[in-house]
Design a protein around this ligand. Structure first.
Ligand SMILES: [Zn+2]
Length: 245
């Protein structure tokens, strides 16, 4: 009789432990899934990442963040001159033909506009006052201006600015103000994802340029100024590290 009782108690304990474990796993799965996919609608940031699935070497990676990057600094007098010497978007490496998702609900603003980032580009206007811009697209998106778009909808295919698909295939993604399109914002501030972790997944360290006279400014993924197009360079540093070319 006692042994039956003991067995019953053991079974009950086992059952409770399984319940606790299961609840824990579900919670881990849920939070892990939300973080990994960046599709946290309940987060403070209004947009989602433009690719399905987790970042990684076989899917997509952040290869150049927004702002005062080493690359933008080196080309501040040419490619990035109009954007105050800043990389005014983020570059996400992905194989040619990778489906690109709209980062939010909106309406098609332009297809293959003068905004560059060839060979093809797309701009979507969102009701929250931002425009998203997708550059280096593989083919002209089959969308018409004014077409209604839902967050997460496939709107384009990722391409390569060099048209080779084995040179530097990536998506250049910008977020601007809808009213004037004259200001670009740091997409990492507006897209829900674990950017600190994603930045560590790339093959190269994320590098920003340092003004030795003011060494703490603009060195972080999130500590970056807005871009006001057509305004003077903000990083025409006199004493920079790494050294200028
Ligand atoms: Zn770019």
């Amino acid at each position: 009789m006692n042994s039956v009782k003991r067995n019953l108690r053991a079974v009950r304990l086992l059952f409770v432990s399984v319940l606790i474990l299961t609840a824990g796993s579900v919670q881990t799965l849920l939070s892990g899934g939300v973080e990994a996919s960046g599709l946290a609608q309940e987060g403070n940031k209004p947009f989602i990442v433009p690719f399905a699935g987790d970042p990684g070497p076989d899917t997509w990676l952040l290869i150049q963040p927004y702002g005062n990057t080493l690359f933008a600094y080196q080309f501040r007098r040419s490619v990035y001159y109009g954007g105050q010497g800043l990389h005014f978007g983020i570059d996400l490496a992905a194989a040619c033909g990778t489906p690109i998702l709209a980062i939010g609900d909106g309406v098609v603003e332009s297809v293959d506009s003068w905004h560059g980032a060839g060979p093809h580009n797309l701009m979507i206007a969102h009701p929250n006052g931002y425009d998203s811009f997708y550059g280096h697209l593989l083919v002209r998106p089959r969308l018409r201006v004014g077409q209604v778009i839902e967050a997460g909808q496939v709107v384009a295919l990722s391409g390569d600015p060099d048209l080779t698909c084995n040179s530097r295939p990536h998506l250049h993604l910008e977020i601007r103000d809808s009213a004037t399109q004259a200001i670009a914002y740091n997409p990492l501030d507006l897209i829900e994802a674990d950017w600190e972790r994603i930045a560590l997944s790339g093959s190269q360290p994320v590098e920003f340029v340092q003004e030795l006279g003011e060494p703490h400014a603009w060195l972080g993924l999130f500590d970056q100024p807005e871009t006001k197009f057509g305004h003077p360079l903000v990083n025409d540093f006199s004493k920079a590290w790494p050294y200028d070319w």
